[in-house]
Ligand binder design. Structure first.
Ligand SMILES: [Zn+2]
Ligand SMILES: [Zn+2]
Length: 347
């Protein structure tokens, strides 16, 4: 069973999930076997192979079959338990059960049509599924953060090529999120303005790192980008909660995501990337901190980070938390702006 452990000196929680790999041979370096999904008809996410996934949680049905499906991850990093099981082992080692949820969103029945090429209508259905699942998981007060992410390409962690994204609900607010929440709150307390709105305005005024301003969204390369062609998509209207998007705003975001990923693909080819949704934690009240999240609607701003995996995170980065980025974000934005956008898939 998965378990959460807190490093006593790093203060970082780690999920120990032995179900995902058991023997040293699982980690051995060997020539990559032809992956199953490359054999015709063997992809567990393709229509006709629904029996190869765990039982479905959610579906959007079209006239000729499903358009989007959500299933539990076959090898979950976290699972539903009846109790959190918080405890300390030998005084200093904190642990708890691996309480959570791990779901996979199958974005399309079309094996070969990823988000970068997708019809806007289909991408909007993907967003509908994201929102429906996040809203449902938020009902569980044990799930303090619902992380939605996408790994595209082997180097970015995707084990299957069929377009899919994932949701992991965790029983703690991850350190990365907590740190940005604290920065945003401190800024709001001193200025009574949203930090992210201010950053966005600064970017729009300077224009140097803007890739596109379209459909109510700002796409830019962050000022201190860690990776070449790193991107962030902000809604122009202040909102801390991604799940409150209206249908019209969802269409706008679908268009923006497809165009932005399309730009990356047109410029660099089918590069591996991760995308991560940063949105409000589950605002469940917690003992001893009754006002902990009370300023969130004012000081936090949801956004989507897109991180192409073109450089290695190596010793220096691990040792320091610094990143060395060989591509100035101003140049990256200019290259991306100048791209001619490709056509979408027919679906
Ligand atoms: Zn497939
Ligand atoms: Zn804002």
């Amino acid at each position: 069973m998965p378990e959460l452990r807190r490093g006593p000196t790093s203060n970082r929680w780690v999920i120990v999930a032995p179900e995902r790999a058991k023997r040293p041979s699982d980690f051995e370096r060997k020539p990559a076997p032809a992956s199953t999904e490359e054999k015709p008809g063997a992809c567990p996410f393709c229509p006709g192979n629904e029996h190869l996934t765990p039982p479905e949680i959610y579906r959007i049905q079209g006239p000729d079959g499903w358009r989007v499906r959500v299933v539990p991850n076959k090898f979950p990093a976290l699972q539903d338990y009846h109790e959190l099981g918080r405890e300390s082992v030998d005084g200093v080692f904190d642990r708890m059960h691996g309480v959570g949820a791990h779901e996979v969103i199958l974005e399309t029945p079309d094996h070969n049509c990823g988000l970068a090429d997708m019809a806007e209508e289909q991408a909007k259905l993907v967003l509908d599924a994201y929102i429906a699942r996040i809203q449902d998981l938020m009902k569980n007060p044990w799930f303090r953060y619902i992380l939605l992410f996408k790994n595209h390409g082997k180097e970015a962690g995707a084990s299957l090529a069929h377009p899919h994204s994932q949701i992991i609900a965790t029983p703690i607010v991850p350190q990365e999120v907590r740190s940005s929440l604290q920065t945003a709150r401190a800024y709001y307390r001193s200025k009574e303005r949203c930090l992210f709105c201010d950053v966005m305005l600064g970017e729009i005024r300077s224009g140097e790192r803007i890739v596109e301003l379209v459909d109510g969204y700002v796409v830019s390369t962050p000022y201190a980008s860690r990776f070449p062609f790193e991107l962030v998509v902000y809604p122009r209207t202040h909102s801390h909660d991604f799940t409150t998007l209206s249908p019209e705003q969802r269409y706008g975001l679908a268009r923006t995501l497809v165009r932005t990923l399309g730009r990356l693909k047109a410029l660099l080819g089918d590069v591996p990337y991760n995308f991560v949704l940063k949105t409000t934690p589950n605002p469940v009240p917690r003992p001893g901190q009754p006002d902990y999240w009370s300023t969130l609607p004012y000081d936090y701003h949801w956004r989507i980070a897109i991180l192409p995996r073109l450089t290695q995170v190596a010793g220096f980065e691990w040792g320091t938390g610094f990143y060395i980025n060989p591509m100035p974000p101003e140049d990256a934005a200019r290259y991306l702006r100048e791209v001619k956008l490709p056509e979408s898939c027919a679906s």
